[in-house]
Design a protein around this ligand. Structure first.
Ligand SMILES: [Zn+2]
Length: 262
Protein backbone atom coordinates (compact mmCIF):
# COMPACT_ATOMS: atom_id res chain seq x y z
CA UNK A 1 0.00 0.00 0.00
CA UNK A 2 0.78 3.59 0.20
CA UNK A 3 3.61 5.81 1.19
CA UNK A 4 2.84 9.35 2.16
CA UNK A 5 -0.68 10.65 2.48
CA UNK A 6 -2.57 7.52 1.51
CA UNK A 7 -0.93 5.35 4.15
CA UNK A 8 -3.86 5.32 6.52
CA UNK A 9 -5.97 3.33 4.08
CA UNK A 10 -3.21 0.80 3.50
CA UNK A 11 -4.12 -2.35 5.42
CA UNK A 12 -7.77 -2.49 4.45
CA UNK A 13 -7.16 -1.71 0.81
CA UNK A 14 -4.28 -4.12 0.44
CA UNK A 15 -6.41 -6.88 1.88
CA UNK A 16 -9.25 -5.94 -0.44
CA UNK A 17 -6.99 -6.33 -3.46
CA UNK A 18 -5.81 -9.72 -2.29
CA UNK A 19 -9.38 -10.89 -1.79
CA UNK A 20 -10.35 -9.66 -5.24
CA UNK A 21 -7.58 -11.73 -6.75
CA UNK A 22 -8.54 -14.77 -4.72
CA UNK A 23 -12.17 -14.52 -5.76
CA UNK A 24 -11.23 -14.34 -9.42
CA UNK A 25 -8.97 -17.38 -9.17
CA UNK A 26 -11.70 -19.32 -7.42
CA UNK A 27 -14.10 -18.55 -10.27
CA UNK A 28 -11.73 -20.15 -12.77
CA UNK A 29 -10.94 -23.30 -10.82
CA UNK A 30 -11.53 -26.66 -12.54
CA UNK A 31 -15.04 -27.88 -12.04
CA UNK A 32 -16.59 -24.46 -12.03
CA UNK A 33 -19.67 -24.20 -14.28
CA UNK A 34 -18.83 -23.28 -17.84
CA UNK A 35 -21.32 -21.46 -20.01
CA UNK A 36 -21.47 -20.28 -23.60
CA UNK A 37 -18.45 -18.62 -25.19
CA UNK A 38 -20.01 -15.20 -24.70
CA UNK A 39 -20.51 -15.79 -20.99
CA UNK A 40 -16.91 -16.94 -20.55
CA UNK A 41 -15.66 -13.88 -22.41
CA UNK A 42 -17.50 -11.66 -19.93
CA UNK A 43 -15.47 -13.03 -17.00
CA UNK A 44 -12.40 -10.84 -16.41
CA UNK A 45 -9.04 -12.50 -16.19
CA UNK A 46 -7.71 -12.62 -12.62
CA UNK A 47 -5.03 -10.05 -13.29
CA UNK A 48 -7.59 -7.65 -14.78
CA UNK A 49 -9.87 -8.16 -11.80
CA UNK A 50 -6.94 -7.24 -9.57
CA UNK A 51 -6.73 -3.85 -11.27
CA UNK A 52 -10.03 -2.82 -9.72
CA UNK A 53 -9.53 -0.08 -7.18
CA UNK A 54 -11.56 2.15 -4.87
CA UNK A 55 -12.99 5.21 -6.56
CA UNK A 56 -10.75 7.70 -4.69
CA UNK A 57 -7.73 5.90 -6.11
CA UNK A 58 -9.00 6.74 -9.61
CA UNK A 59 -10.38 10.21 -8.89
CA UNK A 60 -8.31 12.86 -10.75
CA UNK A 61 -7.10 15.86 -8.81
CA UNK A 62 -5.27 19.03 -9.84
CA UNK A 63 -1.61 19.37 -8.80
CA UNK A 64 -1.27 20.24 -5.12
CA UNK A 65 1.81 22.16 -4.00
CA UNK A 66 3.34 20.68 -0.86
CA UNK A 67 6.50 22.80 -0.83
CA UNK A 68 8.47 25.02 -3.20
CA UNK A 69 9.72 22.14 -5.36
CA UNK A 70 7.35 19.37 -4.28
CA UNK A 71 3.92 18.62 -5.78
CA UNK A 72 1.32 15.90 -5.27
CA UNK A 73 0.06 15.02 -8.78
CA UNK A 74 -1.61 11.67 -8.11
CA UNK A 75 -5.26 10.91 -7.52
CA UNK A 76 -7.48 11.74 -4.55
CA UNK A 77 -6.47 8.56 -2.75
CA UNK A 78 -2.96 7.74 -3.95
CA UNK A 79 0.18 9.83 -3.59
CA UNK A 80 2.27 10.56 -6.67
CA UNK A 81 4.96 13.15 -6.05
CA UNK A 82 6.73 15.36 -8.57
CA UNK A 83 9.81 17.32 -7.55
CA UNK A 84 10.49 20.15 -9.98
CA UNK A 85 14.02 21.53 -10.09
CA UNK A 86 16.25 23.59 -12.34
CA UNK A 87 17.35 20.67 -14.51
CA UNK A 88 14.11 18.73 -14.77
CA UNK A 89 11.73 16.81 -12.57
CA UNK A 90 11.76 13.66 -10.48
CA UNK A 91 8.66 11.48 -10.17
CA UNK A 92 8.08 9.34 -7.07
CA UNK A 93 5.42 6.65 -7.57
CA UNK A 94 2.75 6.56 -10.26
CA UNK A 95 -0.42 5.13 -8.69
CA UNK A 96 -2.54 2.48 -10.41
CA UNK A 97 -1.79 1.28 -13.96
CA UNK A 98 -4.60 3.33 -15.46
CA UNK A 99 -3.24 6.55 -13.90
CA UNK A 100 -0.54 7.19 -16.53
CA UNK A 101 -2.65 9.67 -18.49
CA UNK A 102 -3.66 11.53 -15.35
CA UNK A 103 -0.05 11.79 -14.17
CA UNK A 104 1.11 13.11 -17.54
CA UNK A 105 -1.80 15.58 -17.64
CA UNK A 106 -0.70 16.97 -14.28
CA UNK A 107 2.91 17.18 -15.46
CA UNK A 108 1.71 19.30 -18.38
CA UNK A 109 -0.53 21.35 -16.06
CA UNK A 110 2.64 22.44 -14.26
CA UNK A 111 4.05 23.74 -17.53
CA UNK A 112 6.37 20.80 -18.08
CA UNK A 113 6.73 18.42 -21.01
CA UNK A 114 6.84 14.68 -20.33
CA UNK A 115 10.50 14.71 -21.40
CA UNK A 116 11.25 17.10 -18.53
CA UNK A 117 10.77 14.16 -16.14
CA UNK A 118 14.30 12.77 -15.93
CA UNK A 119 14.12 10.26 -13.07
CA UNK A 120 11.42 7.89 -11.81
CA UNK A 121 11.60 6.66 -8.20
CA UNK A 122 9.10 4.74 -6.10
CA UNK A 123 8.25 3.62 -2.59
CA UNK A 124 7.48 -0.06 -3.14
CA UNK A 125 6.68 -2.18 -6.17
CA UNK A 126 3.00 -2.94 -5.62
CA UNK A 127 0.42 -2.24 -8.31
CA UNK A 128 -1.07 0.80 -6.57
CA UNK A 129 2.24 2.68 -6.62
CA UNK A 130 4.15 1.53 -9.68
CA UNK A 131 1.34 0.32 -11.97
CA UNK A 132 1.96 2.86 -14.77
CA UNK A 133 5.75 3.16 -14.51
CA UNK A 134 6.39 1.16 -17.69
CA UNK A 135 4.16 3.51 -19.66
CA UNK A 136 5.50 6.59 -17.94
CA UNK A 137 9.07 5.50 -18.69
CA UNK A 138 8.18 5.18 -22.37
CA UNK A 139 6.34 8.52 -22.44
CA UNK A 140 9.05 10.50 -20.65
CA UNK A 141 12.30 8.72 -21.46
CA UNK A 142 13.14 8.99 -17.75
CA UNK A 143 15.51 6.57 -16.01
CA UNK A 144 14.02 4.26 -13.40
CA UNK A 145 16.03 3.96 -10.17
CA UNK A 146 15.40 1.21 -7.61
CA UNK A 147 17.18 -1.01 -5.14
CA UNK A 148 17.92 -4.59 -6.18
CA UNK A 149 14.97 -6.15 -4.35
CA UNK A 150 12.46 -3.72 -5.79
CA UNK A 151 14.01 -3.90 -9.25
CA UNK A 152 13.41 -7.65 -9.29
CA UNK A 153 9.72 -7.20 -8.43
CA UNK A 154 9.37 -4.40 -10.99
CA UNK A 155 10.87 -6.64 -13.67
CA UNK A 156 8.34 -9.37 -12.83
CA UNK A 157 5.48 -6.88 -13.03
CA UNK A 158 4.54 -7.63 -9.44
CA UNK A 159 4.22 -11.37 -10.06
CA UNK A 160 5.39 -13.92 -7.49
CA UNK A 161 5.01 -11.41 -4.68
CA UNK A 162 6.00 -13.15 -1.45
CA UNK A 163 2.62 -12.40 0.12
CA UNK A 164 0.22 -11.78 -2.77
CA UNK A 165 1.53 -14.22 -5.36
CA UNK A 166 0.23 -13.18 -8.79
CA UNK A 167 -2.86 -11.36 -7.49
CA UNK A 168 -1.61 -7.83 -8.24
CA UNK A 169 0.34 -7.69 -11.48
CA UNK A 170 1.13 -4.75 -13.78
CA UNK A 171 3.21 -4.04 -16.89
CA UNK A 172 6.83 -4.90 -16.00
CA UNK A 173 9.50 -2.24 -16.10
CA UNK A 174 13.28 -2.48 -15.98
CA UNK A 175 15.34 -0.42 -13.56
CA UNK A 176 18.20 1.53 -15.13
CA UNK A 177 20.25 1.99 -11.96
CA UNK A 178 20.44 0.04 -8.70
CA UNK A 179 20.56 2.03 -5.49
CA UNK A 180 22.40 1.37 -2.23
CA UNK A 181 20.95 2.22 1.19
CA UNK A 182 21.68 5.83 2.09
CA UNK A 183 22.62 6.81 -1.45
CA UNK A 184 21.85 10.31 -2.69
CA UNK A 185 20.01 10.84 -5.96
CA UNK A 186 20.69 14.20 -7.58
CA UNK A 187 19.18 16.19 -10.42
CA UNK A 188 20.28 19.81 -10.49
CA UNK A 189 19.39 21.33 -7.13
CA UNK A 190 17.19 18.36 -6.20
CA UNK A 191 18.90 15.97 -3.78
CA UNK A 192 17.06 12.99 -2.31
CA UNK A 193 18.35 10.32 0.05
CA UNK A 194 17.00 6.78 -0.13
CA UNK A 195 16.42 4.81 3.08
CA UNK A 196 15.78 1.09 2.79
CA UNK A 197 12.80 0.23 5.00
CA UNK A 198 12.02 -3.40 4.13
CA UNK A 199 8.89 -4.94 5.55
CA UNK A 200 5.81 -4.16 3.48
CA UNK A 201 7.93 -5.43 0.59
CA UNK A 202 11.54 -6.61 0.74
CA UNK A 203 12.55 -3.63 -1.41
CA UNK A 204 10.51 -0.91 0.32
CA UNK A 205 12.19 2.48 0.18
CA UNK A 206 11.57 5.73 2.03
CA UNK A 207 12.88 9.05 0.72
CA UNK A 208 13.96 12.30 2.35
CA UNK A 209 14.92 15.69 0.98
CA UNK A 210 15.17 19.37 1.79
CA UNK A 211 12.66 21.87 0.47
CA UNK A 212 11.24 25.27 1.38
CA UNK A 213 7.88 26.62 2.48
CA UNK A 214 6.38 29.48 0.42
CA UNK A 215 7.88 31.99 2.90
CA UNK A 216 11.32 30.47 2.41
CA UNK A 217 11.41 28.50 5.67
CA UNK A 218 13.51 25.35 5.19
CA UNK A 219 11.54 22.11 5.33
CA UNK A 220 12.69 18.54 5.81
CA UNK A 221 10.39 16.15 3.98
CA UNK A 222 10.20 12.40 4.48
CA UNK A 223 8.16 10.21 2.16
CA UNK A 224 7.94 7.16 4.40
CA UNK A 225 6.87 3.87 2.88
CA UNK A 226 4.07 1.79 4.33
CA UNK A 227 4.73 -0.12 7.55
CA UNK A 228 1.58 -2.23 7.16
CA UNK A 229 1.45 -5.99 6.70
CA UNK A 230 -2.14 -6.58 5.48
CA UNK A 231 -2.92 -10.28 5.57
CA UNK A 232 0.77 -11.21 5.69
CA UNK A 233 1.95 -14.46 7.23
CA UNK A 234 5.02 -13.25 9.09
CA UNK A 235 5.86 -16.43 11.01
CA UNK A 236 6.71 -19.77 9.43
CA UNK A 237 6.07 -18.48 5.93
CA UNK A 238 7.97 -20.79 3.55
CA UNK A 239 8.04 -18.10 0.84
CA UNK A 240 9.73 -15.59 3.14
CA UNK A 241 11.10 -17.25 6.25
CA UNK A 242 12.94 -14.13 7.39
CA UNK A 243 10.06 -11.68 7.04
CA UNK A 244 9.40 -11.38 10.77
CA UNK A 245 13.03 -10.37 11.26
CA UNK A 246 13.28 -8.01 8.30
CA UNK A 247 10.11 -6.01 8.93
CA UNK A 248 10.84 -5.10 12.54
CA UNK A 249 13.93 -2.86 11.99
CA UNK A 250 11.99 -0.62 9.60
CA UNK A 251 9.66 0.69 12.30
CA UNK A 252 12.18 2.35 14.64
CA UNK A 253 14.13 3.56 11.65
CA UNK A 254 11.12 5.45 10.30
CA UNK A 255 10.23 6.66 13.79
CA UNK A 256 13.58 8.46 13.97
CA UNK A 257 12.85 10.40 10.78
CA UNK A 258 13.07 13.21 9.94
CA UNK A 259 15.66 13.90 12.63
CA UNK A 260 18.06 11.35 11.17
CA UNK A 261 16.91 11.20 7.56
CA UNK A 262 17.64 14.65 6.15
ZN1 LIG B 1 1.70 -2.30 -1.04
Amino acid sequence: MSAGGAGAAGPAVGLALLLLGSAAVEALEPGAPTGAVGAEAATPLPQLRAYEAPEPWRQPVAPLRIAEDTWQIGTAGLSVLLLVGDEGAILIDGGMPQAAGQVLANVRALGLAPADVKLILHSHAHVDHVGPLAGLKRATGARVLANAESAALLARGGAEDIHYGDAMVYPPVQADRLLQDGETVELGRLRLTVHFTPGHTPGSMSWSWQDRAPDGTPLRIVYADSMSAPGYRLLDNPATPASSRTIAPAWPRCARCPATCC
